[in-house]
Design a protein around this ligand. Structure first.
Ligand SMILES: CC(C)(COP(=O)(O)OP(=O)(O)OC[C@H]1O[C@@H](n2cnc3c(N)ncnc32)[C@H](O)[C@@H]1OP(=O)(O)O)[C@@H](O)C(=O)NCCC(=O)NCCS
Length: 174
């Protein structure tokens, strides 16, 4: 059984560990290897402490086995931060699972929990940015009903990477 609930400040190290492991597994061959090799759980923990303490946005964690179980995935979201955002535009800014937990329904469960939270906050549309070369994640978002609506470029470790934004007009029923 997986238990999904808002992250607590003390979850920062566990979220950082999932974040680093998921990046290394999902972005090998996409993000420069030197960047993946230099990821640090200690640095990520510090970042997550700041994110969890911030007023803006929210983070939900999935725990194995119930309320006190280990964190195996997380989703972070809030209001869309893009320049073209309108009222009611919500965003999932990050969705990451421990690599051994992929492909078993956990991503869908975290997206469903995120959509519930967005609905409670009065959001009416959903947006997600994804690296264009992250084909499995793009197929996942397309499978859940997202449509590509914009692209932009970001530079990570000196490599220019294309990102695609997926859009749902109306929050999806997951
Ligand atoms: C992308 C990710 C969150 C998806 O979560 P997941 O648990 O593997 O996906 P699920 O098992 O919940 O799949 C949900 C549905 O999407 C479908 N799906 C998942 N991946 C798919 C793919 N690559 N192609 C087509 N369909 C896919 C599943 O078949 C399933 O369909 P169903 O529920 O209708 O039967 C997860 O694989 C992950 O953490 N990837 C690495 C990190 C990452 O890329 N995050 C996104 C960054 S923006």
């Amino acid at each position: 059984m997986v238990f999904i609930a808002p992250a607590q400040p003390q979850d920062a190290p566990a979220i950082a560990a999932v974040h680093v492991a998921a990046w290394r597994a999902a972005y090998a061959g996409i993000v420069p290897q030197v960047v993946l090799d230099s990821l640090s759980e200690v640095q990520r923990t510090a970042q997550w402490r700041r994110i969890l303490a911030a007023e803006a946005g929210w983070t939900l964690v999935a725990r194995d086995g119930g309320r006190g179980g280990p964190v195996v995935g997380f989703v972070q979201g809030g209001a869309l931060r893009d320049g073209d955002a309108g009222p009611g535009d919500g965003e999932v800014g990050g969705l990451y699972l421990r690599p051994d937990r992929r492909g078993r329904g956990l991503g869908r469960a975290l997206m469903a929990a995120a959509v519930k939270r967005l609905a409670a906050d009065g959001m009416a549309r959903l947006f997600v940015w994804v690296l264009a070369d992250n084909r499995p994640a793009r197929a996942f978002y397309a499978h859940l009903g997202g449509v590509p609506d914009r692209t932009q470029h970001d530079t990570i470790g000196g490599k220019r990477l294309r990102e695609v934004r997926y859009r749902w007009d109306g929050l999806p029923r997951l």
